[in-house]
Design a protein around this ligand. Sequence first.
Ligand SMILES: Nc1ncnc2c1ncn2[C@@H]1O[C@H](COP(=O)(O)OP(=O)(O)OP(=O)(O)O)[C@@H](O)[C@H]1O
Ligand SMILES: CC(C)(CO)[C@@H](O)C(=O)NCCC(=O)O
Ligand SMILES: [K+]
Length: 256
Amino acid sequence: MILVMDVGNSSIVFGVYRESECIRSWRMATDRQKTADEYAVLVKSMFADVEITFSNISGIAISSVVPPIMHTLELMCKMYMNQTALVVGPGVKTGLNILYENPREVGADRIANAVGALTHYETPAIIVDFGTATTYCYINDKEQYVGGAISPGMAVSAEALYMKASKLPKIELTKPKTMLGKNTIHAMQAGTFYGYIGGVESIISRIHNESRLAVKPKVIATGGLAELLAPESSMIDIVDPYLTLKGLKAIYEKNI
Ligand SMILES: Nc1ncnc2c1ncn2[C@@H]1O[C@H](COP(=O)(O)OP(=O)(O)OP(=O)(O)O)[C@@H](O)[C@H]1O
Ligand SMILES: CC(C)(CO)[C@@H](O)C(=O)NCCC(=O)O
Ligand SMILES: [K+]
């Protein structure tokens, strides 16, 4: 079985593949303080739930955008699973042609998303990943990663607002029943949620216009907040919470 891990600023998403099927996935808070031993305890208990043991894992691939915890996770892979993890980065084969000025700068999660889209969906495609940041990327029909955009994620936007305004509280991110709020929390939820959707749609249509395509690219959404946001926009065609894991599995295959 192959273990894939996407290490984000808020969450780590784990998936276990048997052949080409992802048999189970888990989400864990990213904790910069945890040790390799502590991560191992958590992974072991998640595995136990589906009767997997460390010795079942014959390969590991990781995408990470949190450099400080990579040493810890690689150590866990080595000590507990006796595996050297394939870490998405320079020198790893992806099949993508990245048209960034400096391709090394692109987050490994965005690379994995793009490979996931290439292997499972049609191109041209726009990928929107709703996580700590919201990232957008455009992949053309020549397997080129043309470029993208990075915005504050919806939770980061809401947090910045309550941090800066004394009377505004921390809110739960949900879709409010109406646009017009009759109390502070409702008003903040309405402004955050609908303002966010408006921004997403504006960026998608601008990417579409700039890419000068006759056909509309497929828009694929992923990330922890995709299931909340995507149903609100008719511009999003596909929601795939496992896009990053699928890309990681495909990258693993290309490098064995
Ligand atoms: N219902 C909610 N209310 C408030 N904040 C939320 C809610 N759901 C998620 N968040 C916050 O949204 C942010 C992104 O969420 P999440 O961790 O699910 O996404 P992710 O795709 O795993 O992100 P990353 O890859 O950046 O770690 C986090 O800061 C999280 O705490
Ligand atoms: C934008 C985030 C934080 C999203 O997880 C990550 O992909 C990242 O740190 N990227 C590096 C910068 C870039 O992709 O251009
Ligand atoms: K992510």
